[in-house]
Design a protein around this ligand. Structure first.
Ligand code: KG4
Ligand code: ZN
Length: 340
């Protein structure tokens, strides 16, 4: 069974065709990073307009290369409302006019599925899912493919978002994660004692806004005497980047391990753009875990449509189908409702 996947939840327009949930026949991501770079983050209205221009040429190319498909899938949430509407409306229109089944896919669930698409990946449940991206940070207990219970989430910024904001404070380009990692390589993470966020009474939740403010005040110096990152030395910037990275990623690792102890966890699946971080991999490796860790293949770590079409195959098998005219977009997940 060949499924066309469409992903437009944020600033990447992506289309893919995946067979039987795993074999990728077509996979293309049209990044908008250069459009949003000058704003230091995603400009939502601009993102929606870019999706309109890019989506149909990508779908045409996909069908040309992979041949006709048996179903259509789309990320219908969570994400930016305008962006989600672009992909979902395109998917609805195609499903309706080609008379094909339509499958709505949860974007963060698909990030976890990406880790199951790697060649080495095994399906071991119950497992811990760790999503670390520009829009989401959460820990979930995965009972089976496409079925999870949220254990913890962020109460403010996502971890990738914190990297992007700290990068802006340090005068680095967007998206900032890879730039911070590079700068941090030559820095000493112990020079600044930043603290990971603690959410009262919720040990598995994250908060990155305090850490970000810590970095801001460090850059501004005593009594706020410095006004811009240009006034601190490159040497200091390296140490700030290293200390911030160590604190933010250390917090992810510690809370992940804590979450894995709350049930008989068989494996950890990680997803989202921050999984590109070598530093995150090293921090997990240092823990010498007895259970296996599965990382997404490099080209499936950022937002992409192969993970959408891949997960859609399993949802379709378990009967999750929507009429093209009924499917709704959901910009936010109600994490406290636990079961998604
Ligand atoms: O998964 P993704 O496309 O975001 C959403 O779905 O929202 O991931 C993009 C995020 C950006 O915030 C970027 O700064 C971060 O992933 N990122 C990294 C690294 N590479 C990408 N963060 C830290 N270290 C990295 N090496
Ligand atoms: Zn994402």
């Amino acid at each position: 069974m060949k499924i066309l996947g469409i992903e437009t939840s944020c600033d990447e327009t992506a289309v893919a065709v995946v067979e039987e949930g795993k074999r990728i026949l077509f996979h293309l991501i049209a990044s908008q990073a250069e459009v949003h770079e000058r704003y230091g983050g995603v400009f939502p209205e601009m993102a929606s307009r870019q999706h309109i221009d890019r989506i149909l040429p990508l779908v045409e190319k996909a069908i040309e290369e992979a041949g006709p498909v048996d179903a259509i899938s789309v990320a219908n949430g969570p994400g930016l409302m305008g962006s989600l509407l672009m992909g979902t409306t395109a998917a609805q229109t195609l499903a309706y006019s080609w008379d094909l089944p339509l499958i709505g896919v949860n974007h963060v669930d698909a990030h976890l599925y990406a880790a199951m698409m790697g060649e080495e990946a095994k399906m071991l449940f119950p497992a811990l899912g760790v999503v670390v991206s520009g829009g989401h940070t959460f820990l979930a207990k995965i009972s089976s493919v496409g079925s999870y219970t949220v254990l913890g989430t962020t109460v403010d910024d996502a971890v990738g978002e914190a990297f992007d904001k700290v990068a802006t404070l340090l005068g680095l380009p967007y998206p900032g994660g890879p730039h911070i990692e590079k700068l941090a390589e030559a820095g000493d993470p112990s020079l600044y004692s930043f603290k990971g966020g603690v959410v009262k009474g919720r040990p598995l939740d994250f908060s990155f806004s305090g850490l970000k403010t810590n970095v801001l005040y460090t850059i501004k110096g005593k009594n706020g005497q410095r006004s811009s990152p240009d006034t601190i030395s490159d040497e200091e910037k390296k140490h700030i980047a290293a200390s911030f990275q160590q604190t933010a990623l250390g917090d992810i690792v510690e809370k992940s391990l804590k979450a894995a102890q709350t049930f008989p966890c068989q494996a950890i699946y990680l997803g989202g753009g921050v999984t590109n971080s070598r530093a995150l991999k090293n921090l997990f490796q240092e823990k010498n875990l007895e259970i296996p860790l599965f990382w997404p293949p490099r080209d499936l770590s950022l937002d992409n449509a192969a993970m959408i079409a891949g997960l859609a195959y399993h949802l379709y098998q378990s009967g999750a189908l929507a009429s093209p005219l009924d499917i709704k977009v959901f910009p936010k997940i109600d994490f406290k409702s636990a079961l998604c």
